[in-house]
Write a protein of this length. Structure first.
Length: 191
């Protein structure tokens, strides 16, 4: 209860600061200014292509089973699925990108064509993002899509955060192959 109250108070105090600030334009500038290219490195493109092939025939029941397994491992604190994902090459790359941007970037996770996580800089609460706006308004909107979500208090990072999600495109074909979500500490954006 105290956490909820503290989160609500933090949001109410901070909300006026973001009302007059165009955080969306700042995030769009960061994405266009190199973050999109930095994230879409060869290691990321290769990992998405590989997972897309592995999941080519995965139905919704299979997606749900993977998501349930991930959530169970998150609830217990760890597990083989989490360990494998957090230790893969794409997650190492994303952790490096996050660290390069200091506290401005709070999290990065890359999704395949179904919205399933391929790699991430921080653990996510779920494995399947396909039913969420971050995936539907990026990958689902085509190759050039960029969706910047509203500012919210993020419990895991204890920051006022906005998430930007954009499509990852195969440079060889121009086709959308996945998506990425990047969390931004809005307090640092407006300084």
């Amino acid at each position: 209860m105290k956490k909820i109250l503290a989160s609500t108070v933090a949001l109410l105090i901070a909300a006026p600061a973001f009302a007059g600030t165009d955080y969306v334009a700042s995030i769009e500038k960061l994405v266009a200014g190199g973050l999109r290219a930095e994230i879409a490195a060869p290691v990321v493109l290769a990992a998405i292509r590989e997972q897309n092939m592995q999941h080519a025939n995965l139905d919704q029941a299979g997606v749900d089973a993977l998501d349930l397994q991930w959530r169970a491992e998150i609830k217990s604190g760890d597990g083989p699925m989490i360990q494998e994902t957090m230790a893969n090459a794409i997650s190492a790359h994303l952790k490096g990108v996050q660290q390069k941007h200091g506290g401005l970037v709070t999290e990065i996770f890359v999704m395949d064509h179904l919205g399933l996580n391929v790699g991430q800089s921080e653990k996510t609460s779920d494995y399947w993002q396909g039913d969420e706006a971050k995936f539907q308004k990026s990958y689902g909107a085509g190759p050039s899509a960029l969706f910047v979500d509203e500012v919210e208090f993020d419990e895991s990072t204890q920051t006022m955060q906005s998430q930007a999600s954009f499509t990852i495109v195969d440079p060889a074909t121009g086709a959308a192959i996945g998506a990425v979500t990047v969390g931004f500490n809005v307090d640092l954006l407006v300084q």
